[in-house]
Ligand binder design. Sequence first.
Ligand code: 3PY
Ligand code: MG
Length: 254
Amino acid sequence: MQDFRRKCTGGDTMIGTFAAIPHPVAIEVTAAAGVDFLCIDWEHAQISRERIEDLVRAADVHRVPAMVRVPGHAPESIAAVLDAGAAGVLVPRVSTAEQARAAVQATRYPPIGARGVGPGRAAAYGYRIPNYLAEANENLLLAIQVETAEGLANIQAISAVEGVDVIFIGPGDLSVSIDAMGPAGAEKLNAAIEAIADAAKRAGRTVGIFRPSPDDIGKWVKSGINFFILASDTMFLGASVAAGVAAAKENAQR
Ligand code: 3PY
Ligand code: MG
């Protein structure tokens, strides 16, 4: 668990998935299935703040790092999930270096950042504050999403911000923002992804991306991307039910 950040920034290929089902059972099933990490999706799933702590706790049972995608840039949201014991944060829609610096400030304790100290679950409810303080800046992963035309334009300045570990590409939002949706936009979208990955790598950042399916992971590894969020628990559930029902119906015709 403690080596999550070291692995992500050290070049290991990391395969995680989004957790969108707000129940500890779904977290346990996913964690037991062999993912390298989980990313609880507070941006796009209906998960309450209190429930996030229970989901992190369920991942901890399996010793699988659980980071959280926060709903925006508010330092209070970042502090809340880190205090709950999250292994890191994924901050969506970062489009300027200033926003990237604000994410660093909210994630890191002084002297690097300005995160407030509190007796949350991460610090054993106060009993381990000194120990947590000594390790947090070293262990917590900060990933920021570049997924807008403005972020693409500012990628060099964003990548240069010290304290950011992972530049994570959101192809869905990016395709909408740069008008590169569907098969017709594939070439433009791929060029934008490559441009972001190149700039981030040159600045020494780890590069991550969301992929809805495992089919092209190898292609992106060759482009220097090593941090993947593969689909989500809801997507895996839907695909698996659809495939099972289709196979049963086909079998029933024989
Ligand atoms: C996107 O594709 O926009 C994402 O945010 C994926 O995580
Ligand atoms: Mg997005």
